[in-house]
Design a protein around this ligand. Structure first.
Ligand code: BJW
Length: 228
């Protein structure tokens, strides 16, 4: 069985990473347009760098939770038949042991050079405008996908959605496209679809089945039902 799993901020919530749109979410303290568009970055790069530098530093004090570990265990059994597409820019799937992870909205621990276009693994701050290790320009930005930019890996994702027997969406509000449209695309190509989320997402009605509760409980139980 080929499975494609889409994850969002809700899967990392129990690790202590704030979500975006919940009442205690990340954007309570920041206006979306202040931090999540290329135009905002051009207008106030230091504000945007401070925001992402703080989130990158905070990765050091969070750990994967049972939901991340359950997906890593599923990969041990399914191998190449499982692909995790995450909207998250944290590295908690990898730290739990998953290797087949596609970060469609980029990664905190990566920097993107606006001069040469190369991506570089990055664990420190970017606010001090360090030079790009490839071309030397001080043009490194967070390697994340903002509104109006094209997400990473779309061709691979579309192929995986079209080939999937099961599409599972975990911990995402369904407010942001193209990810919010994956359920319909997968279903159109014959996949069964399952939502695991704290509450019904905006697109909950598109799923064949929805289970609501904490990812740290729902995901291990779902994986256990597949690979006891
Ligand atoms: C739990 C839980 C627990 C809590 N257990 N669950 C008009 C109509 C349609 C589309 C558009 C439109 N106008 C513009 C667009 C497109 C636009 C868009 O979608 N805009 C919307 C506002 C409508 N999209 C884009 O611009 C994208 N690019 C694009 O479309 O390019 C065109 C193109 C596409 C494809 C091929 C070719 C061309 C880019 C979108 C970039 C999004 N970037 C961000 C920031 C990334 C960097 C960063 O992290 O700072 O990505 S925005 C933000 O939202 C972040 C997230 O990945 C994304 C989704 O959020 P997520 O993960 O769903 O989090 P929340 O907080 O919303 O939800 C958490 C959920 O978890 C909740 O439901 C909770 O209940 C639940 N939960 N605890 C289980 N313990």
């Amino acid at each position: 069985m080929k499975i494609i799993v889409l994850t969002g901020a809700g899967i990392s919530a129990e690790s202590g990473v704030p979500t975006f749109r919940d009442s205690d979410g990340l954007w309570e303290g920041h206006r979306v347009e202040d931090v999540a568009t290329p135009q905002a970055y051009d207008a106030q790069p230091s504000v945007v760098h401070r925001f992402y530098d703080a989130r990158r530093a905070a990765l050091a004090v969070v750990e994967p939770n049972p939901a991340h570990h359950a997906l890593a265990r599923l990969e041990e059994v399914l191998g190449d038949d499982l692909l995790v597409v995450t909207q998250n820019i944290d590295d908690l799937h990898e730290r739990a042991g998953s290797t087949r992870v596609l970060h469609m909205h980029g990664e905190l621990r990566s920097a993107l050079c606006r001069a040469c276009g190369r991506r570089t693994p990055w664990t420190g701050d970017l606010g001090g405008l360090p030079p790009c290790p490839h071309c030397g320009a001080s043009e490194l930005r967070p390697d994340v996908v903002w509104f109006g930019e094209v997400p990473y890996g779309m061709a691979e994702i579309q192929d995986a959605l079209a080939a999937a027997d099961l599409f599972v969406s975990i911990g995402t509000s369904g407010a942001v496209y193209p990810a919010a449209g994956f359920v319909q695309y997968a279903a159109m190509h014959g996949a069964r679809t399952l939502e695991l989320n704290l509450q019904p997402s905006e697109g909950s009605h598109y799923f064949h089945e929805a289970r609501h509760g904490r990812a740290g409980e729902l995901v291990p139980a779902w994986v256990e039902s597949l690979v006891p």
